[in-house]
Ligand binder design. Structure first.
Ligand code: ZN
Ligand code: ZN
Length: 299
């Protein structure tokens, strides 16, 4: 169980202007584990049909894979996330599918020098004979882009936008934000708005100015999920650190040795995306084949 603490401030009463922007996000709470191909996971084995070739990086463009030399070809993608409809029914599954898989090329791709993700939507029942062993990652791939195997524990949390809050609304709540912070120490954008970490739906965990992709049909795409290295910023996080994890955080410090449990709670998959950044995946739900795009940023 992973439980996010209730908001310490009654947001709808104190900041009524943000209520129309409320969204539910599904925090996935990855933690080290040994999930099977039949379970939702981060960095775990995928339910993959033996008769479907494993995906290979569809090709470095001239400035891609700059983090290895010479530029590798035929790089196998690595499993990043697998989500079954029974665990996260909120996902916009195309008709006839009940499984979403996210893989990425672990080498840097332009334009953001980040891993490049791909999606697969499947039906569990149509996989048939499944691949027993996932291909090994490319030997040159760096650990920081290879998610360690984690089990998931989805939890629904209400979010309000911070970077995505319209400017005019910011100016309407500015005085209340300052007063709450002065009187209680709680910060709207850090503690009350957008949940950090790997999650489905809600608002992207931007660390920079929002940059929502547009679909070819003209619609702004929807935030599908965020893959983040860090589940929260610091060990003294007062809001987003799950209640059940708090005892194990005792004595945490940025300088604590690698064995201290706080590191595996804060960064369970062992990812480092730029400087503690995230990769944000988007889909168009108006188009039945779910066109997809992604963004990357970091602090
Ligand atoms: Zn690649
Ligand atoms: Zn579209």
């Amino acid at each position: 169980m992973h439980t996010t603490a209730a908001a310490p401030i009654a947001v709808p009463e104190v900041f009524p202007q943000v209520v129309p922007f409320a969204r539910t996000t599904v925090r996935l709470h990855p933690r080290a584990g040994a999930p099977t191909a039949g379970q939702s996971s981060m960095g775990g084995p995928l339910l993959w049909p033996t008769d479907e070739p494993w995906p290979i990086c569809s090709g470095p463009d001239p400035y891609d894979h700059s983090d290895i030399a010479p530029a590798a070809a035929d790089v196998p993608l690595v499993p990043v996330l697998q989500l079954f409809a029974e665990d996260v029914p909120e996902l916009p599954f195309p008709a006839g599918t009940d499984l979403l898989q996210v893989l990425w090329c672990p080498f840097d791709h332009m334009p953001w020098c980040s891993p490049r993700p791909e999606l697969r939507w499947r039906s569990r029942d149509r996989v048939g004979e499944r691949l027993e062993e996932m291909p090994a990652p490319d030997q040159e791939a760096e650990d920081r882009h290879l998610p360690d195997s984690c089990a998931l524990d989805p939890e629904r949390v209400t979010e309000y936008p911070s970077h995505d809050l319209p400017r005019e609304v910011w100016s309407q709540i500015g005085d209340a934000v300052a007063r709450v912070q002065r009187e209680s120490g709680w910060q709207y954008d850090w503690d009350l708005a957008v949940a950090p970490g790997t999650k489905v739906g809600g608002y992207p965990g931007w660390t920079q100015v929002p940059d929502w992709p547009e679909c070819g049909c003209g619609a702004t795409m929807e935030h599908l999920l965020t893959i983040a290295g860090w589940e929260f910023d610091r060990g003294d996080d007062k809001r987003w650190l799950p209640l059940e994890d708090r005892p194990a955080m005792a004595g945490w410090d940025f300088d604590a040795d690698d064995e201290h449990p706080w590191r595996r709670i804060q960064n369970p998959a062992g990812l480092m995306l730029g400087d503690a950044g995230g990769i944000y995946l988007f889909v168009c739900t108006r188009c039945p084949d779910r066109p997809f795009d992604y963004r990357f940023d970091c602090s």
